[in-house]
Design a protein. Structure first.
Length: 273
């Protein structure tokens, strides 16, 4: 009887789960929130701009998803704000079943980052330190509210494990990934493993997703650069935002109950050759 019941249960089922997503109005955050709501979760997205968060919630409602998406304005570098988001999850869903660290709080610093030969100590410490510490403190706060069966997913990048290929950026140097970005994300990958081992005795899983090229709309307006990326991907194309949502939702659901400390590459095969 149990086998029949399990066979009838969707692999990605988050019905009734309360999950927080930082950076919920970014292109990937939006896709992640929608994927989890599609699987039945109550998703609390947070970010700094109310109007952008509201747009994601409105889209989810218009899509008629099984779950729902609600917004909470918050700065993830602020401990009080993180606690407020967790409070909201508990009010909306009863408890904190999952947490997704998607925001990159030093994004502005990364956007203005220097190449290796021009690195400045203060800038590097701010950009890398904020990204790693925000992830660590959010995991600490979320885990304190979680029970066995809960899960955390951190969003990193393939550049946390491999170096950018300089030739990909030779015609569009403005799009080059600076060293501080990969260094910070590599720190998050290792932090994922460390925390996964620490929380395993409590039955809380911690995994990481490392996206490959998922260009923003602005970057997609540079077809030559998109072509350079696609040429380096076995599947022959860049990723679409919706293709990141289901892998994240999977790692949060019971279908991934024996996965922890893992870094899942969602990159079209970029790191396979």
């Amino acid at each position: 009887m149990n086998d029949v019941k399990n066979a009838a249960t969707p692999l990605v089922d988050l019905t009734g789960r309360g999950i927080g997503v930082t950076g919920g109005s970014s292109p990937l955050g939006r896709a992640i929130a929608h994927a989890m709501a599609r699987a039945g979760a109550t998703v609390v997205i947070c970010g700094r701009t109310q109007s952008k968060l509201d747009d994601v919630c409105s889209e989810a409602k218009a899509m008629g998803l099984a779950g729902r998406v609600v917004a909470e304005v918050a700065d993830i570098t602020c401990d009080e704000d993180i606690e407020r988001v967790l409070d909201r999850i508990e009010r909306e869903a009863g408890e904190v079943h999952g947490w997704v660290n998607n925001a990159h709080p030093a994004q502005a610093a990364v956007a203005n980052a220097q190449g290796f030969g021009s690195l400045e100590r203060a800038h590097f410490e701010t950009a890398a330190g904020k990204a790693i510490s925000a992830c660590a403190m959010a995991m600490q706060a979320a885990a304190a509210r979680m029970r066995a069966g809960a899960a955390i997913v951190n969003i990193a990048t393939i550049y946390g494990g491999v170096a950018p290929q300089p030739d990909a950026y030779r015609h569009t140097p403005a799009f080059a990934s600076p060293p501080v970005y990969g260094a910070a994300k590599a720190g998050i990958v290792q932090l994922t493993r460390h925390v996964a081992v620490e929380l395993a005795p409590r039955g809380i899983r911690v995994n990481c997703v490392s996206p490959g090229p998922f260009p923003s709309e602005a970057v997609r307006e540079a077809p030559e650069f998109i072509g350079e990326l696609a040429a380096r991907i076995p599947l022959g194309r860049v990723g679409e935002a919706h293709e990141i949502g289901t892998p994240v939702a999977f790692l949060l659901c019971d279908g991934a109950s024996f996965m922890t400390g893992h870094d899942l590459m969602v990159d079209g095969g970029w790191t396979a050759w």
